[in-house]
Design a protein around this ligand. Structure first.
Ligand SMILES: O=C(O)c1cc(=O)[nH]c(=O)n1[C@@H]1O[C@H](COP(=O)(O)O)[C@@H](O)[C@H]1O
Length: 275
């Protein structure tokens, strides 16, 4: 099933706008995983199975696997999600983007090697650097627009000249360019951080109903109510509100999976109160 179709079905069927981020950090795993040589996979699988009922998507972060030499665990984890929880799309968070000939390999990595339904991409190198992802009409391309981190303003807020001669911040130009020129297959989404509610409102006004991936609630302190009120679409969807650490490490005891499920459910219910 196409990424956008799967996401919309999931919003509706699971009544959830919550994306569960999978950012394994073995030092934070419960003690019981200490001697398990396959701890990364076993931990993440337990989280996936516990939280699936509350998730509109899963988002494994590639560096958290690659830094551990755990690419095989990532492959098996995504295969497990597809087999055990069909219909829940997987967004590979890799923030890719490079000259076209290299970007083609990044697209093959995300979509063919890892079988991800969508990938995060960096627009900084321009359209040709994202084209190999855009060309895969059945997959999602989730493009950085206004990121959640404190330094987001350093470059993303720099004023640029708009068509009519007016000035506006670069992230707004990125949003409009993607909505107008890059989204021919309707497979684009934007990353806008939960830590910037005003910018969420501004980007929503520019791009209509395009889905947003919104990281930054939970560990980064984003305000869920402000996110949902400012960035939901008219039908009360349009968001993948993503949380990693606050769900994954809700407990470091033997109840970690139950605690993760409770954290995902609580976020789902909090989001649903305002949409
Ligand atoms: O693309 C992302 O997912 C992303 C974009 C962004 O602007 N901010 C951001 O935090 N992320 C990712 O979202 C996750 C946030 O993790 P938590 O702060 O633990 O919920 C990490 O995997 C980040 O790499």
């Amino acid at each position: 099933m196409e990424f956008m179709q799967a996401l919309r079905q999931r919003w509706s069927n699971a009544d959830s706008l919550v994306c569960v981020g999978l950012d394994p950090e073995p030092a934070k795993f419960p003690a019981r995983f200490g001697s398990d040589p396959d701890a990364v996979f076993a931990f993440c699988r337990a989280i996936v199975d516990a939280t699936a009922g509350h998730a509109c998507a899963f988002k494994p972060q590639i560096a958290h696997f690659a830094a551990l030499g755990a690419e095989d665990a990532l492959t098996r984890l995504i295969a497990h999600i597809h087999a055990a929880h069909p219909g829940i799309p997987v967004i590979l968070d890799a923030k890719r983007g490079d000259i076209g000939s290299t970007a083609r390999h990044y697209a093959a990595e995300a979509f063919d090697r890892y079988a991800a339904d969508a990938v995060t991409a960096n627009p900084y190198l321009g359209r040709d650097s994202v084209q190999p992802f855009l060309d895969r009409a059945d997959r999602g391309v989730v493009i950085l627009c206004r990121t959640s981190n404190p330094g987001a303003a350093d470059l993303q807020d720099l004023p640029v000249q708009a068509a009519g001669g007016t000035q506006r911040p670069l992230y707004q130009h990125v949003a409009e360019t993607i909505a107008r020129d890059w989204n021919g297959h309707g497979n684009c989404a934007l990353v806008v951080g939960a830590t910037w509610p005003e910018q969420l409102r501004e980007v929503r006004a520019i791009v209509g109903d395009m889905p947003f991936l919104v990281p930054g609630v939970g560990a980064q302190g984003g305000d869920v109510e402000a996110v949902v009120r400012n960035a939901r679409t008219a039908d009360g969807t349009g968001l993948m509100v993503s949380s990693s650490r606050a769900i994954l490490y809700a407990s470091q005891g033997d109840d970690f999976a139950d605690a993760a499920a409770a954290a995902a459910q609580a976020l789902k219910e909090q989001v649903n109160r305002y949409r």
